[in-house]
Design a protein around this ligand. Structure first.
Ligand code: PXG
Length: 460
């Protein structure tokens, strides 16, 4: 692609940003001290460009979302046309728009048959908030008002609204803003690298699932409304559970009548090599949350799919569901999401992820010989590199997250976007990535790992 000089005064943007922009997930004191933001101005394929003209390989698809890659003119055209036809109308009070209805129909067709109804939101956080309101009300309608408790995992990420933070298991988020509500519980995340000890991954998977049963008994089995989990925990550090984990979770939930919510915000729409993460990990949810890959990030949109057993009762007994957002099913976002799904289907991108998976895994595994790499793992096109000071014992560096941040900064300096979740480096490149570009990720990752090693080898 040709980069079009746009006469942007980058220094002025930086100055305005420091003066006026309050950023999410940012330590502003450190951010200002570092000279403000890197301004991203353009993007194409798997690359983004910053205001200084640096071409950067985005191995994170933005924030795990630009799955079909950047620069898709078809999506811009669809948005433009939809804005001219009908830029907005709501989906409340017995009205709809064509794109909202068509998108609900399309999503339903991609899911197992039991998911016939889709509720729209503007984000993954709102999808999970919606689920909590729906599930709590559902159990009341079913004459079991005591089933109000949710069980989730430590280091799960379900969003940043008040309820989503409660579902999530991020202590740093829960510590702010009076967000700790009653009725939300957390159990062991299935992360063998940190917690597996001498157990085989399979045994550890069963033990991590057993923690759910323990918590269920502690809370009182009849009080538990639902268990929520990402098939693979993304922001928690791409925690791919052992194969034994999800089937055992399913067995426990079934035993106690607990609903299963799959948070597919990252895994959904092909990331793991199947349309849904639950297909790759082997379980059958009752409710599915989605966002990100639904529009490949080209428009903000989220959704909730609810299985027929639940909607049937809810529709019959529920009356008004007093819940909804102004922009739910926004026609422009829905039209863009429809086109995004059409592209995924036409270009067979889910199949492409499955085909590229072994190549991606092999590329990451080639880093295993590096002195600070403790493990690499991946499924489809989502992967992780564990930083460790001792391969044999899987020991971490002191001060969790410090070395990950060092490595992330070296990635940035070498024009690679790779995120650090504490001391786990994570990757989720666009599905359109080529083998050559995967090679480039691996090459740049090694450069960053070498630079990190040079900084920390005195600690080893
Ligand atoms: N569920 C999952 C599994 C997510 O990853 C959300 C829900 C919330 O979606 P919204 O659209 O409300 O952001 C997410 C979002 C990170 C990072 O640092 C990850 C997310 C969001 C922001 C930062 O990895 N995931």
């Amino acid at each position: 692609m040709t980069i079009h000089p746009k006469n942007i005064n980058i220094a002025e943007v930086v100055q305005h940003d420091i003066a006026h922009h309050f950023h999410p997930f940012t330590d502003h004191k450190a951010f200002h001290a570092a000279g403000g933001p890197r301004v991203i101005t353009q993007a194409d394929g798997v690359y983004i460009w910053d205001g200084k003209g640096n071409k950067i390989l985005d191995a994170m698809s933005g924030l795990w979302c630009v799955n079909i890659g950047y620069g898709r003119k078809e999506l811009a055209d669809v948005a433009y046309r939809q804005m001219l036809d009908l830029p907005y109308y709501n989906t409340f009070f017995k009205t709809t728009t064509v794109p909202a209805t068509e998108l609900a129909t399309k999503i339903s067709s991609l899911l197992p048959k039991r998911f016939q109804h889709i509720f729209f939101t503007n984000s993954g956080s709102e999808a999970n908030d919606t689920i909590v309101r729906f599930v709590r009300h559902y159990w009341k309608l079913k004459g079991k008002p005591y089933r109000q408790h949710f069980i989730a995992r430590t280091r799960g990420y379900h969003g940043s609204t008040m309820v989503a933070v409660n579902l999530g298991g991020m202590s740093g988020m829960q510590g702010q803003g009076g967000t700790l509500f009653p009725g939300f519980h957390h159990v062991q995340q299935p992360h063998w690298f940190d917690f597996g000890g001498d157990k085989t991954p399979e045994q550890f998977g069963l033990d991590a699932a057993a923690d759910l049963e323990k918590k269920t008994i502690e809370v009182g089995p009849d009080n538990v409304a639902a268990f929520i989990g990402e098939p693979i925990q993304g922001a928690g550090g791409v925690l791919i559970p052992p194969s034994t984990y999800w089937p055992e979770v399913q067995r426990i939930c079934k035993k106690y009548g607990i609903l299963i919510i799959a948070d597919e915000v990252i895994c959904g729409f092909g990331r793991t090599g199947n349309w849904w993460g639950f297909q790759s990990l082997g379980f059958e949810p009752d409710i599915v949350a989605m966002a990100k890959g639904l529009s490949s990030g080209y428009q903000p949109i989220g959704a909730v799919a609810i299985s027929d057993t639940l909607t049937k009762d809810f529709f019959e007994l529920g009356g008004d569901f007093n819940h909804g957002m102004t922009y739910a099913g926004h026609p422009v976002a829905a039209a863009v999401a429809l086109k995004n799904i059409e592209i995924i289907e036409d270009e067979k991108l889910v199949e492409r992820v499955a085909e590229l998976a072994p190549y991606f895994a092999k590329g990451l595994a080639s880093l295993n010989d590096h002195p600070i790499v403790g493990e690499t793992r991946s499924m489809g096109l989502i992967g992780a590199i564990e930083l460790s000071k001792d391969k044999a014992t899987r020991a971490r560096f002191h001060d969790s997250g410090r070395v990950g941040t060092i490595c992330r900064d070296h990635c940035f300096a070498n024009n690679l976007v790779m995120r650090a979740c504490w001391d786990t480096m994570v990757l989720a490149p666009p599905f359109t990535i080529t083998k050559k570009e995967i090679d480039e990720i691996v090459r740049l990752a090694r450069v960053a790992l070498d630079a990190t090693y040079a900084d920390v080898k005195g600690e080893m």
